[in-house]
Design a binder for this molecule. Structure first.
Ligand code: URA
Length: 188
């Protein structure tokens, strides 16, 4: 089993699926190594692929604002990553085989980082992380769990920031999700 730097190098050079042929950078993630919680999005977009960091575009700005509102930040207390580490061409949805090829990286990240909770952003991240289907509306209700190597981590599902940019009225609902997330953290 890989340690953190071995894992990060393996992601950077990964050739387990076809996305390696079109990516500029695999995006392993960004944040602190003993995070209070982890944030899991879908896959890198164009700017993330170019810069090698997750959530650097407009969605990332909104995400940073949301984090700040609950007293957290990518430089201080969280780790941000995606279900799929490489950009799907033209931002198409990742395919099942791409998700499957990438899944061991996310599991190992969760195992090594030992977050107290995970925030899954968007239907796609929720489905891949929880291995369920169903509408986001429904998955937002209640707290789920993901078990990695015998340790169960609470998972809160919320809207993807790109969706909130299109429908700012739903930020109110995302705020409820963030409060539920915060309640999962020790000394919240
Ligand atoms: N959207 C995502 O889901 N992930 C990113 O890293 C950027 C945008």
């Amino acid at each position: 089993a890989l340690d953190w730097s071995g894992l990060t190098q393996a992601i950077a050079g990964c050739q387990q699926c076809g996305l390696c042929q079109t990516r500029q950078h695999a995006v392993a993630g960004q944040g602190v190594l003993k995070p209070r919680f982890m944030i899991v999005g879908e896959a890198p977009g164009e700017q993330e692929d170019r810069q090698g960091q997750p959530f650097v575009g407009r969605s990332g700005q909104l995400l940073d604002n949301m984090l700040r509102a609950i007293g957290h930040g990518r430089d201080s207390s969280v780790f941000i990553t995606n279900v799929v580490k490489c950009r799907p061409p033209a931002n198409r949805n990742p395919r099942d085989e791409e998700i499957a090829a990438c899944a061991p990286y996310l599991s190992r990240q969760i195992e090594l980082l030992e977050p107290q909770a995970i925030l899954a952003m968007g239907r796609f991240a929720a489905h891949a992380l929880l291995n369920v289907t169903g509408p986001l509306q429904q998955l937002r209700q209640g707290t789920h769990g993901v078990t990695v190597h015998g340790r169960t981590v609470p998972v809160v599902v919320t809207y993807h920031p790109a969706y909130l940019l299109r429908r700012p009225v739903d930020k109110r609902l995302a705020w409820e999700d963030l409060k539920r997330l915060k309640a999962c953290l020790a000394g919240a």
